[in-house]
Design a protein around this ligand. Structure first.
Ligand code: AMP
Length: 188
């Protein structure tokens, strides 16, 4: 089974993806984590991505699609993938569709974790404290920018996947366990 976890920054996509990895043995593909790994490793991609990420903008579709295409070559993806933080633009969604069609893969569900945006500011502050401020983009100013980018570039994927009959929504304001149960109910 292959799914997309969809939602605004701080909605809880990563938390739920990690639980699905533990419970179901699926593979989490987080483009944010891949980019942070590239920054950590000091690669050319990392150097280019860092500035873009720190200001809350999106890394180019070509780079992101290239990263996902390369990662999807790994045979572990046959266990089923959880796409976390990808796709974030219609161009990325089109690219993903083409990639899956070519590989004979099916996208089973797109699950939106829907949250009240005012609550995101408190969540991002909590994450910044928990991670010791290791993410330069976890602050109110950058979050405001990331939310604006989300509305402009990523929210159009809601109607995109609704038209394909793939979109499901869970209440992301519920507890982590309740969100997990709601996701399990969709996945079966
Ligand atoms: P995330 O960890 O998913 O919140 O991503 C952190 C940052 O990495 C984002 O604010 C973007 O700058 C960049 N990023 C992650 N995934 C993508 C993507 N699919 N497309 C473009 N930029 C991305």
């Amino acid at each position: 089974m292959n799914i997309i976890l969809f939602g605004a920054p701080g909605a809880g996509k990563g938390t739920q993806a990690k639980r699905l990895v533990d419970d179901r043995g699926m593979v989490q593909l987080s483009t944010g984590d891949m980019l942070r790994a590239a920054i950590g490793a000091g690669t050319e991609l990392g150097l280019r991505a860092r500035e873009i990420m720190d200001r809350g903008d999106l890394v180019s579709d070509d780079i992101i699609l290239g990263m996902i295409a390369e990662r999807m070559q790994n045979p572990d993806c046959a266990k089923g993938v959880i796409l976390d933080g990808f796709p974030r633009t219609v161009a990325q969604a089109d690219g993903l569709g083409a990639m899956f069609a070519e590989a004979g893969l099916t996208l089973d569900h797109v699950i939106e974790i829907k949250v009240d945006e005012d609550a995101l500011f408190a969540r991002i502050e909590t994450r910044a404290t928990e991670t010791g401020g290791s993410r330069a983009d976890d602050n109110a100013e950058t979050l405001r920018k990331r939310l604006a980018v989300y509305h402009e570039n990523t929210a159009p994927l809601l109607p995109y996947y609704t038209e394909k009959g793939l979109m499901r929504t869970v209440d992301g304001m519920a507890s982590i366990d309740e969100v997990a149960q709601a996701i399990d109910a969709i996945l079966g």
